[in-house]
Design a protein around this ligand. Structure first.
Ligand code: 3H9
Length: 689
């Protein structure tokens, strides 16, 4: 028997153990021996019951994602589940770690599921642009009801063993030796302790379903899907489970799965799954990490407070430093308010809130940072101010403490050089709100020690961030490319597009919102202040700010917001202002289509990404995609700008960039050599530096 699957007999209970590190995915080399083992045990009288368990850190994490897109090797997962359902002795899945996707579907093929109390169970296929394709959409509703199944399948979020027990997904939860308990449980069932009916034959929960309520919920989910096909297919498949005989529902699920797995959206989302894991592989990741027990944050504004919350939420005590008692009180009050909002929404208990608040220590004295292992400054974005802060840190921080700046644009080499310990200095660029947004750009100056980098990358994962290591340049990866994306915005307006047309082109593409809506949400005054500090101007945005149109917070920006509403309404005043400016500057106005908007915003975005790759600011094209999907809302169904460049056909991008370059003379459109090579080879990997 293959080493991936082994069988042992424990007092008449056959224990089938899958051992396929790291996560026991159902690769072909597992499926084949598993099928053979179950077929043999079905007819083996010495086995009164069967337990399926896994070695290592987890139960089965799903199908082997690397096999998608290749010809399927038999037996398929569905055949194994069908075989399981022909077994006329109790079958029990013993779940520890996570039972995900095809792993949970295999468990649904068993008569019973028992779980360790720390286990999690879910069908996360939707996050890969798929739906459960091993019968999960037909079997899960039979155990937990259609409404609960719909929620689990469309969100892809796993539930705890306790919740699974309450919902009817697992039959018993154990605290202790799971395998021994599972064998005992199976033995009792074999001795007649309870009926054992295949899940496919249990229809009671389905009969309870209110189809009209289900449809209303499904319609609501469809509205939120934003162009993604998988959530809609999930809802359709669960509905089939209610309305069709199970074999028809299973056949329909299969068809939906095959369509999704062959499509660009799932390809993009699977690519992103591996891209995120690749980004985590930072140079020196196997080095001994520095010990981080206490974190210091300088600046208790929106950014500093959010960063502090991110660490506290990850269990780290934080010393929060401000220049004055009032500023500190304001910052701490804001943090408390944020936690209270979570409590009122039911996402946090009062007890956890209190525990978290207990991890904050406020201070106005740099000396209080002396015991911190990592200190992050989140003060005003000004080189002189940053240098002063780092000078003071240099004086008080203990040897080996990592000193980080949260700058969004500034030269981290220069900041590092202003200290006596550049090996300990790096950038940690969080995204607002920092306790929510998953992206962290770890900015690596020339002299940072590899173990400092590895420590921060490891820490990022521990506080739930998706970290990407980037090099030093103005704006790093994300904000530098954002500038390229926005460079044409005002030209588009002057030449004839309304802000809403630009934003609609973006939302039709799959962005959560367009650049003007985004500006209004973030506050137009922020960009205005930055421009003024850098001696820059923006023709229309500056004028809006001069009229105190700062966006949502003042009720007027690129759009108008009626009394406290967040719903943007087109504002004729802004449109008139744009028209006047166009006349003043002699710009002829014309009809501008969505294609042109995409070409003049997203093609430069890709082009800038290519330059970033060429300069080595990002190590991989996939790192750039991870930044854009996690930090800026690039639609996941398109995989990020660099992946999308392949989907969009890079030769066309080059050709259109050349067209706009010729027409405008603007450098933003000059195709990067790396992009040209990508257009020829179809691979960013071959672009070399
Ligand atoms: C499915 O099941 C379809 C079925 O419905 C229908 C079939 C017909 N396959 O995340 P980690 C690798 S779709 C292949 O760092 P963690 C991963 O790339 C599947 N490889 O660990 C990494 O490799 P490397 C539905 C996989 O402890 C290593 O394992 N299931 C798979 O932080 C460690 O991963 C899912 O979507 C896989 N399925 O988290 C679950 N999973 O070391 C996907 C992981 O070379 N997986 N790898 O970079 C996860 O969510 C997390 O990996 C898990 C562990 C929570 C399990």
């Amino acid at each position: 028997m293959s080493s991936s699957v082994s069988v042992a007999n424990e007092n008449g209970v056959a224990v089938v153990t899958i051992d396929n590190p790291p996560v026991n995915a159902l690769s072909f080399h597992v499926r084949k021996p598993l099928h053979e083992a179950l077929a043999a045990l079905r007819d083996d009288p010495s086995a009164r019951a069967i337990v399926i368990a896994c070695a290592g850190r987890t139960f089965i994490a799903g199908a082997d994602i690397t096999e998608f897109g290749k010809p399927v090797e038999q037996p398929e997962l569905r055949a194994i589940i069908s075989l399981l359902e022909t077994i006329s002795k109790p079958t029990v899945a013993a779940i520890h770690g996570t039972a995900l996707g095809g792993g949970l579907e295999l468990a649904l093929g068993c008569h019973f599921r028992v779980a360790d109390q720390a286990a999690k169970l879910g069908l996360p296929e939707v996050k890969l642009g798929l739906l459960p394709g091993g019968g999960g959409t037909a079997r899960l509703p039979r155990l937990v009801g259609a409404a609960k199944a719909l929620g689990m399948i469309v969100s892809g979020t796993p539930i705890s063993a306790g919740e699974a027990k309450a919902a009817g997904l697992v039959d018993a939860v154990f605290d202790g030796n799971l395998l021994a308990e599972a064998v005992r449980f199976a033995s009792e069932m074999a001795a007649g302790a309870g009926p054992f009916v295949p899940v496919r034959d249990r229809n009671n929960r389905l009969a309870e379903c209110d189809l009209a309520a289900f449809d209303a919920k499904a319609a609501e989910l469809a509205r939120k899907a934003r162009g993604l096909e998988a959530p809609l297919a999930c809802a359709e498949a669960v509905r089939n489970a209610i309305t069709l005989p199970i074999d028809e529902a299973l056949a329909a699920e299969r068809q939906l799965f095959l369509k999704l797995v062959a499509g660009d959206q799932s390809r993009s989302q699977r690519y992103l799954f591996f891209a995120e894991r690749e980004a985590a592989k930072v140079p020196g990741k196997d080095l001994q990490k520095r010990k981080i027990a206490q974190v210091g944050i300088i600046g208790a504004g929106t950014m500093g407070g959010g960063i502090a919350m991110a660490f506290v939420n990850g269990g780290f005590p934080v010393t929060l430093l401000e220049t004055s008692g009032e500023a500190l009180d304001r910052g701490l009050a804001m943090i408390e308010k944020n936690y209270s909002v979570s409590v009122s929404r039911g996402s946090l208990s009062e007890e956890v809130k209190e525990q978290r608040l207990g991890l904050f220590k406020g201070s106005t004295d740099y000396a209080d940072l002396a015991d911190c292992d990592l200190i992050i400054e989140a003060v005003f974005e000004d080189m002189a101010v940053k240098k002063e802060v780092f000078g003071r840190l240099d004086a008080v921080a203990k040897p080996g403490a990592i000193l980080a700046t949260n700058t969004s644009y500034l030269d981290v080499n220069e900041i590092a050089a202003s200290t006596s310990r550049p090996r300990d200095v790096l950038g940690m660029h969080f995204f607002s709100p920092a306790n929510v947004m998953k992206l962290l750009e770890i900015v690596r100056p020339d002299k940072t020690a590899p173990d400092a980098l590895a420590t921060v990358a490891d820490l990022a994962r521990r506080i739930g961030k998706v970290a990407v290591v980037v090099g030093v340049c103005h704006g790093f990866v994300g904000n530098r490319m954002l500038s390229a994306r926005g460079a044409e915005s005002e030209f588009l307006l002057l030449e004839g597009a309304a802000p809403s047309q630009v934003d609609n082109a973006f939302t039709d593409f799959g962005w959560p919102m367009g650049p003007f809506q985004m500006g209004d949400l973030a506050g137009l005054d922020i960009g205005w202040r930055n421009r003024k500090a850098r001696g820059q101007t923006a023709v229309i945005a500056d004028m809006l700010c001069e009229q105190e149109r700062f966006g949502q917070k003042t009720g007027r920006g690129w759009y108008r917001y009626e009394s406290g509403s967040r719903q943007p309404a087109a504002d004729p005043e802004v449109e008139a202002l744009i028209r006047d400016k166009a006349v003043e500057r002699g710009v002829a106005r014309r009809e501008i289509g969505a294609d042109e908007i995409i070409e003049r915003t997203l093609y430069p975005l890709v082009n800038e990404g290519a330059k970033i790759l060429e300069e080595g600011i990002a190590a991989r094209a996939s790192d750039i995609d991870v930044v854009w999907v996690n930090g800026y809302g690039f639609p996941i169904g398109k995989g990020g700008p660099m992946f999308w460049a392949g989907l969009e056909w890079a030769a066309k991008i080059v050709e259109r960039l050349e067209h706009w370059h010729e027409r405008t003379g603007r450098a933003i459109f000059e195709p990067a050599p790396v992009l040209r090579r990508f257009a020829e080879t179809g691979s960013w990997e071959s672009v070399g530096r």
